[in-house]
Write a protein that binds this ligand. Structure first.
Ligand code: ZN
Length: 245
């Protein structure tokens, strides 16, 4: 069965900063689209903030199974109405993968219900530890691997306690971070993944590509509904203990 994947990127850093443009000449979204696109059962679309309807008109959002989100400098430019539509879509079954600085995106904060704040420092070195090797997102990932240059994100990360933690980040400065976290929200599955600062070639690293690919398959919906219902139901004609008297 085909999985419809939409990769949403703010797309501003790549345009405005030559250093970022050199790392991701086609934009972060197209870099991710290229490696995800090698899987024949993934139907990939990309969208950026400056597209019409911010890249997510109704028909695109409604036909998306898994939405990936990269944003940083323009979180506030995403309309609240769109955030509510994304939230509703996740409740009805869509998967949502928040990448790196999307920890502060409106949609991720709405899904978490907390501030999602953290500590940060540019230009550190990270060792990413896989602490749930039996998890589907960890498939094919070694016990640990090094990301030579990555932005340090440190605890405390103000998130609700994850349902599962798959990866822990450890940085040169000694800080640790819950770098790969899973939640169930409504019928939808949410994954947060910390590596991916715009100045670093993190999305070119094979292990990172494998993790994001695994996450897409994990987050694909098991069940999708058209609307959220809270129905009144009549008493059954037969009780579970036998016929009603
Ligand atoms: Zn960053």
């Amino acid at each position: 069965m085909m999985i419809n994947v939409t990769i949403w990127n703010e797309g501003r850093h790549e345009k405005e900063d030559a250093e970022v443009g050199a790392v991701y000449p086609k934009g972060i979204h197209n870099c991710i689209a290229e490696f995800l696109g090698t899987n024949e059962d993934l139907n990939i679309r990309t969208a950026v903030l400056d597209d019409a309807d911010n890249g997510l008109p109704e028909d695109v959002l409604e036909s998306t199974d898994v939405l990936l989100w990269w944003g940083h400098m323009a979180h506030e430019c995403v309309p609240d109405e769109l955030v509510e539509k994304i939230y509703n879509r996740v409740m009805r079954g869509m998967g949502f993968i928040a990448l790196h600085s999307a920890h502060f995106s409106k949609a991720f904060k709405r899904l978490m219900g907390t501030t999602c704040s953290l500590k940060w420092r540019d230009g550190d070195r990270e060792r990413l530890w896989c602490i749930s090797p039996g998890h589907p997102i960890a498939k094919g990932i070694p016990e640990s691997f090094i990301i030579p240059v990555e932005e340090m994100y440190g605890e405390r990360f103000d998130i609700p306690t994850p349902d599962e933690i798959v990866f822990m980040g450890w940085f040169k400065g000694g800080e640790v971070f819950r770098s790969g976290c899973c939640w169930n929200r409504g019928l939808g599955k949410v994954f947060y993944f910390q590596p991916g600062h715009e100045c670093n070639p993190t999305y070119h690293i094979p292990e990172v590509q494998r993790i994001i690919t695994n996450a897409v398959y994990w987050a694909a919906p098991e069940k999708v509904v058209d609307e959220i219902e809270c129905p009144w139901v009549p008493a059954p004609e037969e009780s579970y203990d036998g016929p009603n008297k």
